[in-house]
Design a protein around this ligand. Structure first.
Ligand SMILES: CC(C)(COP(=O)(O)OP(=O)(O)OC[C@H]1O[C@@H](n2cnc3c(N)ncnc32)[C@H](O)[C@@H]1OP(=O)(O)O)[C@@H](O)C(=O)NCCC(=O)NCCS
Length: 157
């Protein structure tokens, strides 16, 4: 499995993963707009001989804070460390540009994603009520200080 920057040939597979992963997926054109937007970092995990897209993430840097907007992994490739690799690649990319922290929103009932973020060292900062629409679910705002993330990595090696 390798992590690389998104290119146009990955879009179709990303759209399939997006539609299969979210109850309110972003339409293809919105995904394309984000991927092309200057200042946005988008990476993909590529696996197998056919170079299939196994997962992707989309993020940006605002001042010294990374904002992760999207991360998803193909259903059949989950629990193999792919999301962890995509986020690690994202943090390393922005750390060189002076990023100090990471922030994201996650559904309060999205146990796999919350567990992923907690494993990386994220903490819940607050809850945003009705983040996904009225009566459609709340979100946790989760944050991570990058120095804690790298310290944790060092102590695990
Ligand atoms: C959340 C998601 C991106 C995780 O991707 P993944 O590649 O399977 O994650 P990883 O293999 O890197 O998992 C790392 C850790 O996250 C946690 N985790 C991941 N999936 C989990 C699950 N189904 N149940 C419980 N914990 C889970 C575990 O702690 C795991 O470590 P472990 O394998 O040592 O137990 C994936 O489930 C997904 O695409 N979900 C749908 C889209 C989504 O919800 N995106 C997040 C929006 S905020």
């Amino acid at each position: 499995m390798i992590i690389k920057s998104i290119s146009p040939e990955h879009i179709d597979e990303i759209v399939k993963i997006e539609n299969d992963s979210f109850s309110k997926p972003w339409p293809e054109q919105i995904l394309i707009n984000y991927i092309k937007k200057p200042g946005f970092f988008c990476n993909v995990a590529i696996s197998g001989e056919n170079e299939d897209v196994a997962g992707y993430s989309i993020s940006t840097l605002i001042y010294d804070q990374i904002h992760v907007f999207k991360i998803a992994v193909s259903r059949c490739q989950r629990k193999k460390g792919i999301a962890t690799e995509l986020l690690s690649d994202t943090f390393n990319f922005y750390e060189k540009m002076g990023a100090l922290s990471v922030i994201l929103e996650v559904g309060t009932t999205n146990a796999p994603a919350i567990s992923l973020y907690k494993k990386l060292g994220f903490e819940i900062i607050r809850t945003r009520k009705n983040y996904y629409g009225r009566n459609e679910g709340d979100a946790f705002v989760m944050g991570l200080a990058l120095d804690c993330y790298y310290q944790k990595l060092l102590s695990a090696t």
